[in-house]
Design a protein around this ligand. Structure first.
Ligand code: PMP
Length: 362
């Protein structure tokens, strides 16, 4: 068996020890004689798994006691609707900052439910930066203020947390960099995302929401998507995706072994620095146009100056065991997603390949 270095944007690489443990436990989970997938979500064994998964997530992020954690379904895109359904709380308007493809998607969905004010946008700069907070035009009567803290396609990341001067809760789509670095959850009213980048398999989502925002879901909100009802039933209102929850738990244990979020952040910084340095030092052979201060540590899009070399780059990199480097169709070129599960050795292999390719074709 040979495993590749997988640079896919999501579903993405999962740490190999996690997959190994899941393999070992697959047929007989904790002496039950059945797989964790085959047992009741309300039975003692799975209830223990679920409680531990939640405890470890809370511990990793240092989530304060006045927040509820929910593991739900419906994907990141589903969450775009759940936010206004749950957090408008009778309000008519929400603020959104537009930093790329995923904030634009969130805006599109929110418009079905309320008046959306786009209070800052980097669209005119082709989404190459995060608008500084000094340029935002916030509305004090907004029900919440929404940001996407890492734009998976454009490769733009907030390396700072906005300061909320009014009482408007800050809400963030953190799908593609959750658990990649410490995060002060207390600065947010709600953070959410899909699991398929840094947590585990697709089909699972997470919501971390402050207590005082609960209790006001729109009456037409499906019960399974009502944060308050799911919080009251400890996210067991319906059957959760049990295997995905279990695998998320193994990933959390793995992260603890990496020194938690401070430990993994060091590796993530080293990986990102190496890759951006390789691009910047290539004499224009490779290019990334994102403002340096806002470059994502997780998703690194880059283009080849000579686009006729794209096919050869993809073919040769794949042959070298470097998978999933084709850029998103909206951006063209290449994208290397270097989430938590990508070891430094993977980025070393990628950058060695990139230097060699440039030397041969440049
Ligand atoms: N938000 C972000 C930041 C994402 O990267 C994605 C998916 N790549 C989504 C939302 C949508 O997630 P899903 O495909 O699970 O609906």
């Amino acid at each position: 068996m040979s495993r590749v270095f997988n640079f896919s944007a999501g579903p993405a690489a999962i740490p190999e020890p996690v997959l190994q443990q899941a393999k070992e436990e697959l047929l007989d989970f904790r002496g039950t004689g059945m797989s964790v997938m085959e047992m009741s979500h309300r039975g003692k064994v799975f209830m223990e798994v679920a409680a531990e998964v939640e405890r470890d997530f809370v511990a990793l992020l240092g989530i304060p006691a006045n927040y509820k954690v929910l593991f739900l379904q419906g994907g990141g895109k589903g969450e775009f609707s759940l936010v206004p359904m749950n957090l408008l709380r009778g309000g008519k308007r929400a603020d959104y900052v537009d930093t790329g493809h995923w904030s634009a998607m969130a805006i599109k969905e929110a418009k079905k439910y309320c008046e959306v004010s786009v209070i800052a946008s980097s669209e005119s700069q082709k989404y190459t930066c995060v608008p500084p907070q000094s340029a935002w035009k916030p509305n004090p009567d907004a029900a919440y203020r929404h940001i996407c803290t890492n734009e998976t396609i454009h490769g733009v990341e907030y390396h700072w947390t906005p300061v909320v001067a009014d009482d408007v809760p800050l809400v963030a789509d953190t799908s593609s960099h959750i658990l990649s670095k410490p995060l002060d959850v207390s600065k947010f009213g709600c953070i959410y995302g899909g699991a398929q980048k840094n947590i585990g398999p697709s089909g699972l989502t997470f919501v971390v929401v402050r207590d005082d925002l609960l209790g006001h879901a729109h009456p037409l909100t499906p019960s399974v998507f009502d944060y308050t009802q799911q919080a009251a039933s400890e996210w067991m209102l319906n059957t959760p995706p049990t295997f995905a929850v279990y695998l998320a738990g193994l990933t959390f244990k793995w992260l603890q072994q990496q020194g938690g979020l401070a430990g993994i952040e060091k590796v993530n910084i080293a990986k990102a620095e190496l890759l951006y340095r390789t691009i910047d030092d290539s004499g224009g052979f490779y290019r990334n146009d994102i403002a340096r201060a806002d470059r994502s540590r997780m998703n690194v899009p880059f283009v080849l100056q000579d686009e006729t070399l794209n096919a050869a780059f993809l073919e040769e990199s794949a042959a070298a065991g470097l998978a999933g480097l084709k850029g998103h169709k909206a951006m063209g070129g290449m994208r290397a997603s270097i989430y938590n599960a990508m070891p430094l050795a993977g980025v070393e292999a990628l950058t060695a390949f990139m230097r060699d390719f440039a030397a041969r074709k440049g």
